[in-house]
Each structure stands twice: as structure tokens, then as C-alpha cells.
Design a protein around this ligand. Structure first.
Ligand SMILES: Cc1cc2nc3c(=O)[nH]c(=O)nc-3n(C[C@H](O)[C@H](O)[C@H](O)COP(=O)(O)OP(=O)(O)OC[C@H]3O[C@@H](n4cnc5c(N)ncnc54)[C@H](O)[C@@H]3O)c2cc1C
Length: 391
């Protein structure tokens, strides 16, 4: 693709909606690739970026809010223009977004608005438990775990598909390790009720078997295909679609996810409720409009979508930045996303396993699992440090 000569004459504006892993990743890379006459504008409603993978360590008291957050204002030091506010309307045809009543337009538009958490769609869930997929929810879960003296801890996935499919499994194993450290493991039972049929179903049976074995060794209960329909906070009871009821003393959950409200209300979603893109270029059907990260759904040959994860959002961000930069300047090459991904899986006691593979492989993703060791845990910590330092 050669640069659009007419466009190359004047400064171009790349408008990025959403300042999560995907939005920041594309903004930072675009800023380093594009000459100064081109603008990179990022729109975000929050004042502080939170590195979500670190919420797991916060759960067991190993990270604080300050450790894992950075002010968005820091982005301005990198030459990224920050617009703080709520995006109320999006017009992909015109590459426009209305932010707190003001219309912004881009020559290129990147939609990276993530997934919205919807605990309220399960009656009683928010009142009965702690949502460890949010910063405030993780803080309340951390305090509850720190003062827990014994009883039944339940980790729940309230829908079969959610971002970072490893996270609730890691949370369960980290909690087990934490209870041993607190010397109250013998006073607790720890169970996971999962809406999905297997751990990390898209990663294949090897990863699932590996997690089940560790759960067995750690004495963790594991109940699959339990779709919660209702929670009674007074009697601390979970009610499932299959008729089973389960009691808990402490409930920690992953809420259902859906596309952000602004996209639902702007009528821009595909049949599956998410944005549709070309899985290699991240282009939407609209001219010079890209979408990436959790807000898109990429169907795979096995009949399930590509898992929503920061590792994919980050890779897609690099690809989109290179493609846009090439289109504007004619330099470098557009980059294709090929479906490669990896995941560290924390198992507690300072160790993690590692899985890596190609998720676009057909008929099934090809994923290899590497046994747990201290080094994989260190690798995850290093990624956290790099993300927060670069900010
Ligand atoms: C506990 C936990 C652990 C995780 N661990 C891992 C891990 O180990 N590895 C991994 O790969 N992934 C992990 N993830 C998943 C990873 O964090 C997400 O997949 C990733 O953040 C997706 O990036 P994104 O840019 O698409 O969306 P997000 O990071 O969610 O960013 C979307 C941004 O858009 C903003 N936004 C939305 N709507 C509006 C609006 N109307 N106006 C203005 N701004 C708006 C939001 O405020 C947000 O900042 C984890 C997630 C959680 C919750």
C-alpha cells in the first residue's frame, strides 16, 4: 500500500478511543513512528490507568493501588494529546466521536474501548460478592480475604467467556497459597464454580488437564458448567441453571461482560454483540477505521472466539500503529496479526506456568504448556514493570 499522497501533504490526526492496554499501546507506537506534524489524540474517561493483570497480586496483598496505577496525564510527556471525558456517541462512517458534547474527528480512527463489566445482570451477585475484575472490587476482596478466619471461599465465573481466561484460575490458586501463608488453610474449603466446561477451553485440553491436576494437588473443588442465575446475599447461596445450589462464606467473582454502552447505543455492533474486524488487519468495514482488543470478537475455526486478553490487544495495537504509520508516511510496512499469543499462569508460592501458541491455527489452536517455575513468575513481573515504567 502506498501513502495517500494528498493526505501525506498535510498533518494527519489519529483519534484513539479508549486508554487501556490496546489504546495506549497504539498511541505510544504511533507517536514513535509518526513525524511530529501528525497528531495522536487519545480519549479516555478515567484519570488513572490501572494495569489489570496486577489485580491478581493485589488480591493477596502483594500490590497496592499506587503500585499498579499511573496518571493518564503522563501520556502528554510522550507527545500524545489527551482528551479526558466520556465518549457519548460514535459515528464510524465519519470517524467522529462526541466527548462531553464536543465532536472530535480523525483522519484515522482506532476503537479500543474494551469490555464493560455487567454484574447487575445476575440478581444479587454484586451485593453478595466481590468483583475482582475492577480495582475497587479487588480492594474489597483483598480486605475480606485478609480478615477471613475460616469457612467456604467460592470463586465464580458468572459467564463462560470473559477477558483473560486464566485469571479466575490464577486467583483460586493464589488464594489457596495465601490461606496457607496465613496458616488457616485447614479452616477453609476453596471451590471454583465455572460457567465454562473446562479451564481455558480455547487453549485446548492440555492446558485444561494441567490446571485440573494442580487443583487436585491443592485440594481445590472444581465444578464446571455451572451457570449462575441468581445469588441470595442473605443466605449466601448461589443458584445455578442446572438446579444446583451452593453455599459460600466469601464470594469472589468474574462478572458477565458486554460491549461498552456507547457502542451498543450507537448501533455499531455485529450479531455477536461485539465489533467485527478483519482478523489480520484489524480493519472494520469503515474506511480508515480500526478496532482492537476486548471490544472486537474474532471467530476461530473451533467455533469459539479468540480469548479477550491484553497480550492480543497489545499485539493488535502494534499492527494497527504500523499499518496507519505506513499509510500516512509510506515508510515501514503494514503489519498483519497472525494469532500468536502467550500467557503466564500464576499458581501461587511465587511460581507460574507459561503457555504459548498460535490461536489462528486450524482446525484447533496450537498451544504448548511449559511447567511452573519461578522464572515464569519473574517474566510476568517484568512485563508489569515494563508497562508501568514506559508509562
Ligand atoms: C484481573 C485481570 C487479570 C488479567 N490478566 C491478564 C494477563 O495476565 N494477561 C493478559 O494478556 N490479559 C490479562 N487481562 C486482560 C486484559 O487486562 C485486557 O484484555 C486488556 O486490558 C484489554 O485491553 P483493551 O485496550 O481492549 O481494553 P481496556 O484495557 O479495558 O481499556 C478500555 C478503555 O476504554 C475506556 N472507555 C470505555 N468506554 C469509554 C467511554 N464511553 N468513554 C471514554 N473511555 C471509555 C475505559 O475506561 C478503558 O480505559 C486481565 C484482566 C483482568 C481484569
Amino acid at each position: 500500500m502506498s501513502p495517500d499522497n494528498e493526505l501525506a501533504k498535510r498533518g494527519q490526526t489519529v483519534l484513539i478511543l479508549g486508554g487501556g492496554i490496546g489504546g495506549i499501546g497504539s498511541a505510544m507506537r504511533l507517536r514513535s513512528l509518526l513525524p511530529k506534524e501528525h497528531r495522536v489524540i487519545l480519549v479516555e474517561r478515567d484519570t488513572t490507568f490501572v494495569f489489570a493483570p496486577s489485580l491478581l497480586w493485589m488480591l493477596t496483598g502483594n500490590r497496592s493501588r499506587e503500585h499498579i496505577s499511573r496518571p493518564y496525564a503522563n501520556l502528554e510527556k510522550h507527545g500524545i494529546e489527551l482528551v479526558r471525558g466520556e465518549i457519548q456517541k460514535i459515528d464510524l462512517e465519519r470517524r467522529e466521536a462526541v466527548v462531553d458534547g464536543k465532536t472530535l474527528t480523525g483522519d484515522y480512527l482506532v476503537v479500543a474501548l474494551g469490555a464493560e463489566l455487567a454484574p447487575e445482570t445476575i440478581p444479587g451477585l454484586a451485593q453478595a460478592g466481590h468483583n475482582f475484575y475492577s480495582l475497587a472490587g479487588t480492594e474489597s476482596a483483598r480486605d475480606a480475604l485478609a480478615s477471613f478466619t475460616g469457612g467456604r471461599i467460592v470463586v465464580l465465573t458468572a459467564a463462560p467467556a470473559y477477558k483473560c481466561p486464566a485469571a479466575p484460575y490464577e486467583a483460586t490458586m493464589l488464594i489457596e497459597s495465601y490461606m496457607r501463608k496465613r496458616k488457616i488453610r485447614d479452616k477453609c474449603t476453596i471451590d471454583m464454580y465455572a460457567a465454562e466446561p473446562n479451564p481455558l477451553p480455547v487453549a485446548g485440553p492440555r492446558v485444561g488437564t494441567w490446571i485440573r491436576k494442580i487443583y487436585g494437588r491443592k485440594g481445590l473443588g472444581y465444578h464446571t458448567e455451572h451457570q449462575v442465575t441468581e445469588v441470595d446475599p442473605a443466605s449466601r447461596t448461589l443458584k445455578f441453571k442446572n438446579g444446583v445450589e451452593a453455599k459460600f462464606d466469601l464470594l469472589i467473582y468474574v462478572p458477565p461482560h458486554r460491549a461498552p454502552r456507547v457502542l451498543r447505543e450507537s448501533g455499531l455492533l455485529g450479531e455477536n454483540g461485539w465489533l467485527a474486524v478483519d482478523r489480520n488487519t484489524m480493519k472494520t468495514p469503515y474506511e480508515r477505521v480500526f478496532a482492537l482488543g476486548d471490544v472486537v470478537s474474532i471467530p476461530l475455526a473451533l467455533g469459539k472466539p479468540l480469548p479477550k486478553a491484553g497480550v492480543f490487544a497489545n499485539l493488535e495495537a502494534t499492527a494497527v500503529a504500523k499499518t496507519i504509520s505506513h499509510s500516512i508516511t509510506g515508510k515501514g510496512k503494514p503489519m498483519m496479526v497472525k494469532g500468536d499469543g502467550s500467557c503466564f499462569i500464576e499458581i501461587g508460592d511465587g511460581r507460574a506456568g507459561f503457555s504459548r501458541g498460535n490461536f489462528y491455527a486450524e482446525p484447533l489452536p496450537k498451544v504448548k504448556m511449559y511447567p511452573p517455575m519461578w522464572g515464569w513468575h519473574a517474566g510476568k513481573v517484568l512485563i508489569e514493570k515494563l508497562w508501568l515504567r514506559n508509562f
